[in-house]
Design a protein around this ligand. Structure first.
Ligand code: SAM
Length: 258
């Protein structure tokens, strides 16, 4: 969405931006595995379904991809956008209910989701995912662990407490323990630090994206306040040596198996 063009529909904005923003993390995560035709895949916290749709093309007509997300508007948007894809379905559901969707998935992905879950939700969700996988099935996830933008701009917002009360960043050792407790093995965890946003040109667009992503706070006032904070402070930390918008954003790329 071009800078300045606004809509009140945060799910619509999320859908537009996630095509360029979320897809990088998604592609980075799946590049190390060979997704086969006929696979059954569950996308937990699928948002408006852009990655879920990509997966449905990879598994072919004989495969099946299910996307689940607790936000009604995002699931409605996903159903609307991809209604003519026969091997794809979307349901409004929490990750902790993953095992309601079967017990024979080849792969489960969670792209930028784990940090939104409370400690109890994390545990319940990973256990439920373990149940829904077939033996040897894989789980891929890439939780974030905060960002420079978060530490500087978000920290100054009047809704900071409300926003942070919904982020549950944890370190790599805690993540490992949770996965092992849920039953997972063959853990492979690496850290990635920088995201260069090729699809987003301006800080203004970035702010619209972040505001639409933070589904726990009203979109419009959040945009206004973030723009105001950014105008009042030095934002040079957001750009790399070539002048590209870049966010220092620690992300763990995690692969494990049942
Ligand atoms: C940053 S978005 C990522 C969406 C999608 N995976 C993508 O890459 O575009 C995080 C998503 O996690 C979802 N979420 C929050 N709590 C959840 C839970 N308990 N179980 C499953 N999904 C959850 C949110 O509704 C949101 O759509």
């Amino acid at each position: 969405m071009p800078a300045g063009q606004k809509t009140n529909d945060a799910s619509e904005i999320y859908h537009t931006f996630s095509k360029v923003m979320q897809v990088k993390g998604f592609e980075g995560l799946i590049q190390n595995i060979r997704i086969k035709k006929g696979w059954k895949i569950l996308d937990v916290g699928c948002g408006t379904g852009n990655n879920t749709f990509q997966l449905s093309k990879m598994v072919g007509e004989k495969g099946k991809v299910v996307g689940i997300d607790p936000i009604k508007e995002r699931i409605e948007k996903a159903k609307d956008a991809f209604s003519d894809t026969s091997n794809l379905e979307f349901h409004q559901a929490f990750g902790r209910d993953a095992s309601n969707f079967g017990d024979d998935f080849d792969l489960v992905i969670m792209v930028f989701v784990l940090h939104w879950l409370t400690p109890a939700e994390k545990e319940a969700t990973l256990k439920s995912i373990f149940k829904c996988l077939k033996r040897g099935g894989q789980l891929l996830l890439n939780p974030s662990n905060g960002s420079d933008f978060f530490k500087t701009v978000i920290r100054q917002l009047s809704v900071y407490e409300k926003i942070t009360s919904n982020f549950y960043y944890i370190g790599v050792d805690e993540i490992k323990n949770l996965l092992i407790t849920a039953g997972f093995g063959d853990l492979d965890i690496s850290e990635e630090y920088r995201l260069v946003f090729q699809g987003i040109q301006s800080l203004d667009d970035f702010i619209h994206w972040i505001a639409a992503s933070i589904h726990t706070v009203d979109y419009e006032p959040l945009v206004v306040e973030m723009l105001d904070v950014c105008q009042r402070q030095d934002m040079s930390f957001m750009y790399n040596e070539s002048g590209q918008l870049t966010v220092k954003h620690p992300v763990y790329n995690i692969y494990c198996k049942k």
